[in-house]
Design a protein around this ligand. Structure first.
Ligand code: ADP
Ligand code: MG
Length: 970
């Protein structure tokens, strides 16, 4: 390393313009500027290296403040730019600005651009390795913004005792775009992890580190430069902005890093021997930037508003304090072998001179001890030796170790050199241990965080799977229910089918019965029609007979009359002619007359008798009707009488009972009389002296009793009379009632009779109509049948004729042949056989015709049945079809449901599988806790670095977690 050169920290001050809310509030713009390096606040001047007014553009600020630092870093120096100030004073605006806006971009993007531009303009023999890191410090925890899994990194010291963030992602970059991508990624990660970005950014420090290593390929000279670009947390006390929701400890922690920065700066400004860098991680990281080997620039950002007056003042004071800090800047050179060799030579030389000094001093000491006084010119020359050593020292490029607090400078400690050395070694060891412990703690906390995340993921997974399970269970239940329902439906359908089948059977049975009935009826009809026909024929016969008889009768009468007339004529004409035969004729005549008169009288008597009989018959029927009505009346009366008798017997019984009661009453009274009499007797026996008076009394009593008895008897008579009349009345009423009831009964019976008759009639009508219908139908059927039979018979006749003709022709032929040749017996047999056959065939044919006729009769019935059956079958088929359709629909629904469930399950599984596939490649450059020691040239760099880029995947937090999960699952 080059020799350290002392420089002070450069502090510049930048005022932002009044913002919109301040303007709206009408805040006063308070700073006054004096020259380029002074600002007056309330008349008090504050001096800085530069003061930038509100109208300073980003380019102007960059050119004035940060441009130089790019050169420094590329020349092998360390550099740091801080932005300090209260929240919304313009720190982020200054450091980052609008990252992708040409005019509004801040220092960082411009530096990035410039670094590359500068590199492109440099010597061709130089090879650059650039890597960037991006992290933030919140609550004294370092969080890697390029790898969100690293949430609590520790700070270690390298071999030169320079602190660095161990395990922090270092991304190799080879273009400004890549750096900007890294910044974008980091900013994105930062905003994703927190809920309130504004609050978070105002309480955390964000640090962007650019590490540039260059090597001259010719001279092998190596230079390194680190550039820290720090956007500090708001400098205001957390209390002022109101840290709502933050616990007191948290607020303390938030303030701690900044206050320790203040303390470190104060200590450095005061030139204190002990600087408490280790108080916070931020001061630890920036140890080199504050009082170390670094060219540091601090930007003091201020608000010009009167409202922020106090805060602005403390900020300005802080800047003034920081201005006094001195850094020892040296070039970070790695020596080449040649340089190391010469250095070693020089060291050897130095060692030699020192040894010489030691021997000189020893000899001098021995001489002094031996009591010899050493002359001045022989004494050890301190100044000369020092000069010699210094000469050697300047020739040697000594390694400058980081300024660690020297123990000898610690207040109140006085130690010997040996003790000091020991102590320092001890301290170094302890620091090492401390760092190790830090590392361990960091690892543990990272592990804990990782496990926590895993646990959260697992919980999420569990919850989701539970939800899935629930939904699936629900679905299953639903499906089961549906299944049950469809089963039931199927059952119902089957039942319905069964019912239908049963119905069908019933109907077919009914049809059979009906057909049987129909057959019976048709038979009956046939019978009836035949009987009708026979009756008709009889009637006809009778008519004929009557006509015949009438004819005969008229003929007889006419012949008789003719005879009579002839006789009369004969009598008249032959009176004179046949005088002699008159006696015979007279005799005959008289006989005839007698016969006639006899016949007449007989006829008359017959007529009379018949009339008589008719009249008597009419009378009889009349009489019968009368007697019938009389009979019913008599019956009625009889029943009335019976009822009367019954009521009378009831009455009799009642009267008997009453009589008995009255007799009992009379007996009771008699007994009382006897009792009273006995008492009277006793009284007379006791009182003989008073007989006179007693007799009188007795008479009176007897009289009284007599009168009592009479009254009693009268009363009884009255009561009896009353009873009789009442009874009579009752019986009358009962009779009347009975009569009415009987009449009613009769009427009811008659009504029923009439009803039955009516029903009978209507039934008869129905039967008759049905019969008529059937008759009609049967007639039609018969007609058809007759026709067909006739046709059949005709054809049969024709056939037969043909057959007979054929046969006769054959027979003739045979006969002719017979005539020619001798008739063989075999042929005769054949003929007879054929004739037999013919006969049988005709028989069979007849039989068949008969069967055919029968079958034809059956046809309509069968057709009807068939039609009914077909209808039934059709109905059943439709029912079956419906059932099938229903079942198919159900099945379809079920399948769809199943598919849906499957689909619902599929994406989840696929998602899990996909993440596992993506997550598999794990790059060595991104393993947590492994320090990266890439030494690649630029071309390699591009190749090696490419997969670690943003687009390489696997940086997504969720995916990573999933990969972890998958791995653990596997
Ligand atoms: P801090 O980071 O200190 O909290 P910001 O940098 O976020 O504050 O600035 C707050 C607001 O003020 C931002 O909107 C920013 O654009 C604006 N601002 C800050 N400084 C300037 C400036 N010099 N010129 C114009 N606007 C500025
Ligand atoms: Mg900010």
């Amino acid at each position: 390393m080059a020799d350290p050169a002392p420089t002070t920290i450069k502090v510049v001050c930048r005022f932002r313009p009044l913002n919109s809310s301040e303007l709206a509030r009408g805040d006063q713009y308070i700073p006054k500027f004096k020259g380029e390096d002074c600002v007056l606040m309330a008349g008090k001047p504050y001096y800085f290296d530069r003061v930038f007014q509100s109208n300073t553009t980003q380019v102007q600020f960059y050119n004035a403040v940060a441009q130089q630092i790019v050169k420094d870093v590329l020349e092998g120096y360390n550099g740091t730019i801080f932005a300090y100030g209260q929240t919304s004073s313009g720190k982020t605006h200054t450091m980052e600005g609008k990252l992708h806006d040409e005019d509004m971009m801040g220092i960082i993007p411009r530096i990035v651009q410039d670094i590359f531009n500068y590199i492109y303009s440099m010597d061709e023999n130089l090879e650059f390795h650039i890597k960037v890191s991006y992290f933030e410090i919140y609550l004294d925890k370092i969080r890697d913004l390029l790898d969100v899994t690293k949430t609590n990194l520790s700070v270690h010291e390298d071999k030169n005792r320079v602190p660095f963030v161990k395990g922090c992602t270092e991304r190799f970059v080879c273009s400004p775009q890549e750096v900007m991508d890294a910044i974008d990624e980091g900013k994105n990660n930062r905003s994703v992890a927190v809920t309130n970005m504004n609050e978070h950014s105002s309480r955390s420090h964000s640090i962007f580190l650019i590490n540039i290593k260059q090597e001259n390929t010719q001279t092998e000279q190596k230079l390194t430069g680190k550039l820290y670009l720090v956007d500090l947390a708001g400098s205001e006390k957390v209390g002022k902005t109101g840290a709502e929701g933050t616990v007191l400890d948290e607020a303390k922690m938030i303030n701690k890093s900044l206050s320790s920065l203040g303390i470190v700066i104060s200590a450095l400004a005061e030139g204190s021997s002990y600087i408490p860098y280790r108080d916070s991680k931020m001061t630890r990281i920036l140890q080199d930037s504050l009082g170390g080997n670094c060219r540091t620039t601090m930007v003091i950002c201020c608000s010009p508003s009167a409202y922020n007056d106090a805060e602005t003042k403390t900020t300005l004071q802080f800047g003034q304090r920081a201005k006094t800090i001195k850094n020892n800047v040296s070039l970070n050179v790695e020596l080449t072998a040649e340089q190391w060799k010469s250095k070693w030579e020089k060291e050897k030389e130095k060692n030699k001179t020192l040894k010489n000094t030691v021997t000189w001093l020893e000899t001098e000491l021995n001489r002094w001890r031996g009591g010899e006084s050493v002359p001045v010119d022989e004494q050890f020359d301190k100044e000369k030796a020092k000069a010699e050593v210094q000469a050697l020292d300047t020739a040697t490029n000594n390694d400058k170790t980081a300024p660690t607090p020297a123990l000898s400078t610690l207040p109140g400690v006085k130690l010997t050199d040996a003790e000091k050395g020991k102590c320092e070694a001890e301290m170094a060891k302890l620091y090492k241990q401390l760092d190790d412990k830090d590392e361990e703690i960091n690892q543990q906390s990272q592990l804990v965080e990782k496990l926590n995340e895993q646990m959260l993921d697992q919980e999420e997974l569990l919850a989701s799977s539970r939800r899935d399970h629930d939904t699936l269970q629900k679905e299953l239940n639903r499906l089961l229910a549906e299944n049950e329902a469809s089963k039931e439906e199927v059952k119902e359908v089957l039942q319905a089918l069964e019912e239908l089948a049963v119905n069908y059977d019933q109907k077919s049975q009914e049809v059979e019965i009906k057909s049987q009935e129909f057959e019976a009826l048709s038979e009956e009809l046939n019978e009836k029609s035949s009987s009708l026909a026979s009756i008709d024929s009889e009637l006809q016969k009778l008519k004929e007979m009557t006509i015949h008889q009438k004819k005969r009768f008229t003929e007889m009468m006419s012949s008789l009359l003719k005879d009579l007339a002839e006789i009369g004529i004969a009598v008249g004409s032959n009176d004179i002619k046949q005088q002699e035969s008159t006696g015979l004729i007279d005799e005959e005549f008289t006989v005839a007359r007698l016969y006639i008169s006899k016949m007449k009288s007989e006829v008359k008597t017959m007529v009379k008798r018949s009339k008589l009989l008719e009249s008597s018959k009419a009378e009889n029927t009349q009489k019968m009707e009368e007697t019938e009505s009389e009979l019913t009346a008599c019956q009625l009366r009889i029943s009335q009488y019976e009822a009367k008798i019954k009521s009378l017997t009831d009455c009799l019984q009642n009267v008997e009972q009453k009589k008995r009661q009255l007799e009992e009453n009379v007996d009771c009274l008699n007994e009382e009389i006897v009792r009273i009499r006995a008492q009277e007797k006793v009284n007379t026996m006791e009182k003989e002296n008073e007989i006179q008076s007693a007799n009188e009394v007795k008479d009176a009593v007897e009289k009284q009793i007599q009168s009592h008895r009479e009254a009693h008897q009268r009363q009884i008579g009255n009561l009896r009379d009353e009873l009789d009349t009442k009874e009579k009345l009752i019986t009358e009423l009962q009779d009347l009632n009975q009569k009415v009831m009987l009449e009613q009964e009769r009427l009811r019976v008659e009504h029923e009779k009439l009803k039955a008759a009516d029903q009978d009639k209507s039934r008869q009508i129905l039967d008759l109509t049905a019969l008529q219908d059937r008759q009609e139908q049967a007639r039609q059927d018969l007609k058809g049948l007759e026709e067909t039979v006739a046709r059949e018979l005709q054809t049969l006749h024709n056939l037969r004729r043909l057959f007979v003709q054929d046969l006769s022709s054959r027979v003739k032929k045979n006969a002719q042949m017979d005539e020619e040749s001798e008739v063989s017996a075999a042929q005769k047999r054949k003929i007879s056989f054929l004739e037999n056959n013919l006969e049988q065939l005709t028989k069979v044919h007849k039989q068949l015709v008969r069967d055919n006729a029968d079958l034809r009769c059956e046809i309509p019935k069968m057709e009807k049945r068939l039609r009914a059956t077909a209808e039934r079958v059709k109905a059943l088929e439709t029912a079956l079809k419906e059932a099938k359709e229903n079942a198919a629909r159900d099945r379809k629904q079920y399948q769809q449901e199943m598919e849906r469930i499957k689909d619902a399950n599929k994406p989840k599984n696929m998602g899990r599988r996909a993440s596992a596939v993506i997550a598999k490649p794990i790059r060595p450059g991104q393993l947590p806790g492994a320090p990266i020691n890439f030494s690649v040239n630029r071309s390699n760099l591009i190749e090696n670095n490419q997969p670690a880029g943003i687009k390489g995947g696997g940086n997504n937090r969720l995916e990573k977690n999933r990969s972890c999960l998958m791995i653990t699952q596997l």
